[in-house]
Design a protein around this ligand. Structure first.
Ligand code: ZN
Length: 261
């Protein structure tokens, strides 16, 4: 059976790179086909009707022609450019954190529409945050929700309810965390020396469990989290993501730079 010569996809652009004189290669996460690399011919020309369609964090509807090496964009239409996310540097950095993790955790052509939905809902939540609101609640809570839920959808959810070594339920204030062991540990279990074990406070454990059981990002409560707990939750999730990605999160350092600026 021959494959049809063109196909359709709706996808979020994760990154783009220049190719040839005026072309670009866009990497997207699509609802229909998972991760896709497509060639957009002439898209870097100012006069191109594809100009701006493949900026990272843009949702596009595409018609794609099969090519010998790379598939080629035949038609493209912007569905959502997330202008609110692109309105300030910190929001862009948060958005790029989403794009980078989707990129890192999605194997080519394995499609999971829930991953795309999670990304789109997180971008909506990032866009709705007013910069003035950052003093009285936790502006990165939607991102931490995204981190935990992406780990879950990818099959890497850390254990949060019982000790990964002995299986006993966790007692308040007698718990630790080890990304390399798969999650929370009781105070008594001994792990191999190569496993990095860190303290895990009760407030941070409660926030992680809340992120786990909240149904969607727009149902997250407004939490007045002390900065120490925010840092701890961030640290635990970053460590877990990096353990599984085994590489530095460039978007994260970008975000950290944005916060220092
Ligand atoms: Zn144990």
């Amino acid at each position: 059976m021959t494959q049809p010569r063109t196909y359709r996809a709706v996808g979020l652009t994760l990154r783009k790179s220049p190719a040839g004189e005026a072309d670009l290669i866009a990497s997207l996460y699509s609802r229909e086909h998972g991760k896709l690399d497509v060639l957009a011919r002439g898209a870097r020309r100012l006069t191109s009707k594809l100009m701006g369609h493949f900026e990272p964090l843009t949702l596009v509807r595409l018609s794609i022609a099969r090519g010998r090496t790379l598939d080629i964009v035949a038609e493209a239409e912007v569905v959502n450019a997330f202008p609110d996310v692109k309105a300030d540097y910190a929001s862009v950095a948060r958005g790029l954190h989403v794009a980078e993790l989707i990129d890192g955790f999605s194997a080519s052509s394995a499609s999971n529409p829930q991953v795309l939905d999670l990304a789109l809902q997180t971008l909506d939540a990032i866009g709705k945050q007013s910069p003035a609101a950052t003093d009285d609640h936790s502006p990165d809570l939607p991102l931490r929700y995204f981190d935990l839920q992406l780990l879950q959808l990818s099959g890497f959810l850390p254990e949060l309810y019982q000790c990964v070594e002995c299986g006993d339920g966790l007692e308040p204030e007698r718990h630790r965390f080890a990304a390399g062991a798969g999650g929370a540990l009781c105070a008594d279990c001994i792990t191999p020396p190569e496993i990095v074990v860190r303290p895990l406070s009760l407030p941070a454990l409660k926030v992680l469990r809340l992120l786990h059981r909240t149904e969607s990002v727009d149902r997250l409560p407004q939490l007045n989290m002390p900065a120490t707990v925010q840092r701890e939750v961030h640290g635990i999730l970053s460590e877990t993501l990096q353990y599984w990605l085994d590489r530095q999160l460039r978007a994260q350092s970008f975000l950290d730079a944005a916060k220092l600026a």
